[in-house]
Design a protein around this ligand. Structure first.
Ligand code: ZN
Length: 75
């Protein structure tokens, strides 16, 4: 009986350790995502070639444009 209780305790300790490890990995992944992907995907301005976050770009007929006055798509 004591042996059974021992193995149950071991099983819980192992499950707890696996859970802690998984949580640490998930946290690391979230931090990496925040550092890398905060600005989202980058796109290239079709006029001047500068790279900018897609969220800041304007969609034009020939691709994306930055917000420089000379690059703004004609209405
Ligand atoms: Zn541009």
């Amino acid at each position: 009986m004591g042996k059974l209780v021992f193995w149950i305790v071991v099983a819980f300790v192992v499950l707890f350790a696996v859970r802690l490890y998984g949580a640490a990995q998930a946290k690391k992944r979230r931090e990496l995502d925040a550092a890398h992907g905060a600005a989202g995907p980058m796109v290239r301005c079709a006029k001047c070639g500068v790279f900018l976050p897609k969220a800041d770009a304007l969609k034009a007929a020939d691709g994306y444009r930055c917000r420089e006055p000379g690059c703004l798509p004609k209405p």
